[in-house]
Ligand binder design. Structure first.
Ligand SMILES: [Zn+2]
Length: 195
């Protein structure tokens, strides 16, 4: 069983930035906090990155977000989307990172606080979470009308909806309605049954 929404926690550590990033737009066709350069600059500033990107950089950031969301489908049991995975790798390859040795060990850092620095932070968070195993719990809500990215903190790691009460219940109600409608239609006299 899925966990109730009250137990849905934001992703831990740097993965929270990844989660916020993918959730910077509401799908399908809702608001987009990265819709233009000014919006993107204020979103980046709110997340600690001081730079107004140009339009090319904004597009690269948005393309990264979209490919990232597609790739996150693997965490819900879908096969790896090869094209999106390859493209994401290419986009992240543009981020310049270098090893920074400190008291806690070695981490990857970027000299840039701009668009490159942001992509470097995303890359680092993805790398860390892949090693610690938290990456596979960052999931895209199964509901097509939601697609919200959530962190699955359930014990068995089998959560499929961002919020069971909203999305899970909605998905179940829809399935029920469809079954019910199919039943009602087949009961109409003279109705043509689908081949
Ligand atoms: Zn949802």
């Amino acid at each position: 069983m899925d966990d109730p929404p009250a137990t849905r926690q934001p992703a831990p550590g740097g993965l929270a930035l990844v989660q916020d990033f993918v959730n910077s737009t509401e799908l399908p066709g809702g608001w987009d906090e990265l819709a233009d350069v000014a919006l993107t600059a204020s979103w980046l500033r709110a997340h600690g990155f001081e730079l107004t990107p140009d339009e090319a950089q904004r597009r690269r950031i948005v393309e990264t977000r979209e490919n990232l969301r597609t790739v996150l489908g693997v965490n819900s049991g879908q096969p790896l989307p090869e094209a999106a995975a390859a493209r994401l790798g290419k986009l992240l390859d543009a981020a310049s990172v270098h090893p920074a040795v400190g008291a806690e060990g070695v981490r990857l850092a970027s000299p840039s606080l701009g668009a490159d620095g942001f992509l470097a932070a995303i890359l680092t968070a993805l790398l860390e979470s892949s090693i610690t195993g938290t990456f596979r719990r960052l999931k895209v809500c199964r509901s097509d009308s939601c697609q919200w990215t959530f962190y699955d903190s359930s014990k068995n790691g089998c959560g499929a909806w961002c919020s069971m009460r909203v999305c899970g219940a909605r998905a179940k109600a829809k399935a029920y309605r469809e079954r019910h409608r199919a039943g009602a239609e087949s009961a109409v006299p003279g109705a043509t049954a689908p081949a």
